[in-house]
Design a protein around this ligand. Structure first.
Ligand code: UDP
Length: 237
């Protein structure tokens, strides 16, 4: 039997948090928190990057006439609300949790300090990274790859809503779309697959970071993917 991963970075899309709507769906976030608590209790060190697509995506706000950089800051602030919601539900399960943000906001979160994040995880605390990279023009997928590398995660686990892995075309549009079980980074980039942005994929490729894409809105999947069960799509060099 393969051993569960010892240290993971979990990327949770904002879309999942909203249950498909604007804002946070407490039922969804509490279920995710319980799943995170169970893997922490089994000895896996967990950090999380949360997206913000359930509030704002910078690129979408620009269509209404906003400047990209300010719109992106709004997007990053949305991720902090998700981080606080997840912290709340994690702590209700009894798992100590710290939020670290890339934009300083001392009243609600620590600043991003990677060594401190590692110490938290060693003590069994979940660390949630909010506010993306603090820089416009990036995505939380790219931040997830960067944080995973910097804190020494074994794998980047990409939780997606409504899709159980990487397909050769969008399964929501094409019923004949095929899911990959494994895929190399070069293939991912050559096929221009849209499930994660190319900056994240090339960062992972250049630094030999494994990624697993899996379906987050399927209860129990966080434990399955941490236990290395054969779900989703493994992307590796
Ligand atoms: N964002 C940003 N810089 C970052 C991370 C995020 O500007 O380092 C902004 C960007 O506008 C993005 C939004 O925050 O659209 C929400 O993040 P993302 O779209 O990655 O969330 P997800 O799709 O995972 O819910």
């Amino acid at each position: 039997m393969p051993q569960p991963y010892k240290r993971v970075l979990l990327k949770l899309s904002g879309e999942a948090f909203g249950g498909g709507q604007l804002g946070v769906d407490p039922q969804v976030v509490s279920r995710v928190a319980e799943e995170i608590a169970s893997i922490v209790e089994n000895g896996t060190q967990v950090s999380v990057v949360v997206g913000g697509g359930n509030y704002f995506r910078g690129a979408e706000l620009t269509k209404g006439g906003m400047d990209r950089d300010r719109a992106d800051y709004m997007g990053m602030l949305g991720t902090v609300m998700n981080a606080l919601a997840l912290q709340d539900f994690c702590e209700k399960t009894g798992v100590p949790t710290r939020v670290q943000t890339a934009i300083t906001m001392g009243q609600v979160a620590e600043s991003y300090i990677p060594r401190r994040a590692e110490r938290h995880m060693e003590k069994g605390r979940v660390v949630i990274f909010g506010a993306g990279s603090g820089m416009p023009y990036f995505s939380t997928d790219t931040v997830a790859a960067q944080r995973a590398l910097e804190i020494g995660a074994e794998v980047l686990l990409m939780g997606k809503n409504g899709v159980d892995g990487v397909y050769d075309s969008d399964p929501r549009v094409n019923p004949d779309a095929k899911r990959y079980e494994t895929l190399s980074y070069d293939e991912f980039l050559a096929k221009n697959l849209k499930i994660a942005d190319a900056t994240a994929i090339s960062l992972a490729r250049d630094n030999n970071l494994d990624m697993v894409f899996f379906q987050l809105d399927q209860p129990g999947n966080i434990a399955r993917v941490v236990n290395r069960e054969d779900i989703g799509t493994l992307v590796r060099p």
